[in-house]
Write a protein that binds this ligand. Structure first.
Ligand SMILES: Nc1ncnc2c1ncn2[C@@H]1O[C@H](COP(=O)(O)OP(=O)(O)O)[C@@H](O)[C@H]1O
Ligand SMILES: [Mg+2]
Length: 337
């Protein structure tokens, strides 16, 4: 069936909710767009049976540089949410139904008692318990999916992961930094070849809602059976970037960085911790540099901070190997108020 953009097609939204028996025939079904998505249409729908969120994959991401991705990735996201609901119930939104034609799915709308973690961090409200809980959740997801052949087959989304993650972040950064190209492309190669666990692929504070029971992880459209180091380094990178942005909160942000890593590493039993930690520590500065010079630059850093982050990330990349703790120490030295 043809792809319909839900934004232009209220009848399609209505049909989805009628088919799922979440709306009754006499009810108005209105979809209000939610802010924040870069890769999807995301809408809130309030009905007598409850409040819902519909997410539809878009063919083009809303970022500055050209970035096209297939809409079928929504089915990886749905599958990820379903698998993970079985491992850590309540730590991802429940999938209430899906619509093949519009490449969309429905989940409960998580209301005002859920706060976006990125917004909290940027406002200087840094609760290390959120980082600890998220590290443990991520570790349990990886531990429970490690070396599961059926999941490796279901999430063999290598092309999607390359298009959404490795290419725009690391390959693009290699183009911008020819002197670091060999090192960055070796990291791309290592990451692509390390296939051990179900990776989320976008463990970013903007994709975490902090609720009464703890963090809820959203937005699994980069789901891939691959290298656990990617999820860990990706999340730690966000904490480093926020520490560079908010020197007054650097101590708490780096405490969050440390407890996230420690809580995560406690769950690691499918491979030696030291090896995984070393992959995280080598990938992390590459991801940091990628948020300066890749296709998805971080939006909240000013030019002087961007230059400082670039310099430290390059130094860390060149001095590899280092540890997760070494990176925190460097960061403190450079950015402490
Ligand atoms: N179930 C939900 N309930 C409430 N808000 C949600 C829900 N799902 C997503 N959101 C909000 O919409 C934003 C975008 O959703 P997300 O799945 O991250 O889409 P994208 O892939 O476009 O980033 C999230 O950051 C969050 O603030
Ligand atoms: Mg998102």
């Amino acid at each position: 069936m043809a792809y319909v953009d839900l934004c232009d097609d209220p009848a399609a939204v209505r049909r989805i909710f009628l088919d799922l028996q979440l709306a009754s025939a006499d009810e108005q079904v209105r979809a209000q767009p939610l802010a924040g998505g870069v890769s999807s249409g995301i809408y809130r729908v309030d009905l007598r049976s409850g409040s819902y969120c519909v997410k539809q994959a878009l063919p083009r991401l809303k970022v500055a540089k050209e970035w096209l991705v297939p809409v079928e990735r929504v089915f990886s996201e749905i599958a990820y949410l379903q698998v993970v609901q079985g491992i850590v119930p309540g730590r991802v939104p429940q999938v209430l139904g899906q619509d093949e034609a519009s490449k969309s799915f429905v989940m409960p709308f998580l209301g005002p008692e859920y706060r976006n973690w990125k917004a909290q961090l940027l406002a200087g409200r840094v609760d290390t318990e959120v980082a600890r809980a998220l590290g443990a959740v991520l570790g349990r997801i990886h531990a429970q999916t490690a070396d599961e052949g059926a999941l490796a087959g279901r999430f063999a989304t290598d092309a999607n992961f390359h298009a959404l993650r490795l290419e725009p972040y690391l390959v693009e950064t290699a183009r911008e930094h020819p002197a670091l190209s060999d090192r960055l492309l070796a990291l791309v190669d290592r990451t692509a070849r390390t296939q051990r666990v179900l990776v989320h692929g976008d463990v970013s504070p903007k994709n975490v809602l902090v609720g009464p029971e703890g963090p809820v992880l959203l937005d699994a459209e980069c789901a891939w059976f691959g290298d656990p180091a990617f999820d860990v380094a990706f999340c730690l990178n966000h904490l480093l970037l926020k520490a560079a942005h908010l020197p007054a909160h650097l101590i708490d942000l780096l405490a969050s960085y440390r407890v996230f890593a420690a809580a995560y590493l406690q769950e690691v039993e499918w491979e030696p911790r030291a090896g995984l930690e070393s992959r995280v520590a080598t990938l992390l500065p590459a991801l940091t540099l990628a948020r300066i010079d890749g296709k998805s630059p971080v939006e909240y850093l000013g030019e002087p901070q961007r230059r400082a982050v670039r310099r430290v990330a390059i130094a860390l990349l060149q001095q590899a190997p280092c540890s997760i703790e070494d990176i925190a120490v460097h960061w403190t030295r450079e950015f402490k108020a």
